[in-house]
Design a protein around this ligand. Structure first.
Ligand code: FAD
Length: 378
């Protein structure tokens, strides 16, 4: 290859892949994104955007758009499933914005994805490109092979291809993620369907003995509401954002919860379900001029609402490590990115797994107070 500027291939146009593409372009790199889907689908889900992720998104020029499209909660309240007693009120709004330097926002997942896509020119995103193989050649470049027979070459490959990453399998062999034995049911719907039901908080996690439900608004005018559960349901391991669930089974599972929870579930007309998985922290994320990013290397349970935030932080740190690097320095730059991300993402995976975030008084500074653009790099 004769490029003066290194060419970077990103696999996957999810939250992590698009954030990486936008961040690497900001640093002047030549980026192409390869995504298996034929088109972007608007997944019916909400997503919490932590202050730490907002620092990165601000740097990508997306703050104004996201503030206009999302809900700005006073807090994430935690309540007992039956009595409604407050267990811990995790305060956001202005106090958190002052403390952490960026807002905490609640979004429709489709709105966050569309915002990230707006930061990446369409012409560098190749849809309908399912990666099937990767070969690192002796000269330091990487050849990518796709399902329809096309090939491409790049100086470096960033695999942001999600929890079932093919790139991870190619680099380190087959090892399926841990199925937690739990399912997330979720849906987004117009809040007008709630009729006169009084909603207690902007964002609430209702804690039961072995299950919980989180509900929050995803639009600035409270016009749409989202809920997502975690409940035991062994035997369902089909990972997809579009698998539908049974509202009757969901209602039965929360029959003992507070009347507000039952009212919010009863107002839904369709629900989706997805198994909850994670992994042990991985000792290695890459080899040569290939590395992993996001759920491909650190999938976690959603109990801290930090999975996408970690992928977005990865993107900023990766771009800082690759800035100004010539082809010969790529492998070292990728190892530096990995070394600077592994401790924090491992801590997040292991803390999230405990499902204790917000259950009682919680120190939130280490999560939301991190700015991936300015954090010291080793
Ligand atoms: P993905 O979003 O999975 O994207 C991977 C992309 O790669 C996809 O577009 C896929 O089509 C593509 N791809 C895969 N294989 C190939 C291939 N072979 N060739 C080409 N393309 C390929 N995180 C938060 O920060 N806040 C939250 O509130 C939150 N809530 C959550 C709630 C639930 C129920 C769940 C399950 C997760 C939640 N998360 C949350 C976590 C978050 O969804 C993930 O961490 C995040 O989506 C990971 O992004 P990613 O880009 O790494 O992977």
């Amino acid at each position: 290859m004769t490029h003066a500027i290194p060419s970077i291939a990103i696999i996957g146009a999810g939250m992590g892949g698009l954030a990486a593409a936008a961040a690497l372009r900001l640093k002047g790199l030549d980026v192409t994104v390869y995504e298996q889907a034929r088109q972007f689908a608007r997944v019916g889900a909400g997503i919490q955007i932590g202050c730490n992720a907002m620092h990165v998104l601000r740097g990508l020029g997306l703050e104004e758009r996201l503030r206009a499209d999302t809900f700005y909660p006073r807090s994430w309240n935690n309540r007992d499933s039956k009595t409604g007693d407050v267990m811990f009120d995790m305060e956001f709004g202005q106090p958190a914005e002052r403390r952490y330097g960026a807002p905490y926002l609640l979004a429709h997942r489709g709105d966050l994805h569309a915002a990230l896509a707006s930061a990446v020119p369409d012409e560098i995103v190749r849809l309908d490109h399912r990666l099937t193989g990767l070969d690192q050649t002796g000269d330091g470049s990487v050849t990518l092979r796709f399902a329809h027979g096309a090939t491409a070459r790049a100086d470096a490959v960033i695999a942001a291809d999600g929890v079932n990453s093919l790139a991870k399998k190619i680099l380190f062999g087959e090892s399926p993620p841990n199925f937690t034995g739990r399912i997330a049911y979720r849906t987004v719907y117009p809040a007008s369907r709630l009729g006169g039901l009084a909603i207690l908080d902007d964002c609430t996690k209702w804690w039961g003995p072995d299950r919980h439900i989180i509900m929050y608004y995803v639009k600035p005018d409270r016009s749409e509401i989202y809920f997502v559960t975690s409940q035991p349901e062994p035997g369902f391991e089909f990972e997809s954002w579009s698998a539908t669930g049974d509202i009757g089974a969901l209602s039965d599972a929360f029959a003992e919860f507070h009347p507000q929870v039952k009212g919010v579930i009863a107002a839904s007309t369709e629900v989706f379900k997805r198994p909850l998985v994670d992994r042990e922290p991985m000792a290695r994320w890459g080899e040569g001029n290939v590395t992993l990013l996001g759920d491909a290397c650190h999938p976690m349970t959603p109990y801290m609402a930090q999975g996408a935030a970690m992928a977005i932080e990865d993107a900023a740190v990766l771009s800082r490590c690759l800035e100004g690097v010539e082809r010969a320095g790529i492998a070292a730059a990728l190892r530096r990115y990995e070394a600077n991300r592994q401790e924090r993402t491992a801590r997040m995976q292991l803390t999230s797994r405990q499902n204790a975030w917000g259950k009682g008084a919680t120190d939130t500074d280490w999560v939301y107070g991190y700015n991936a653009w300015t954090a010291e790099l080793a």
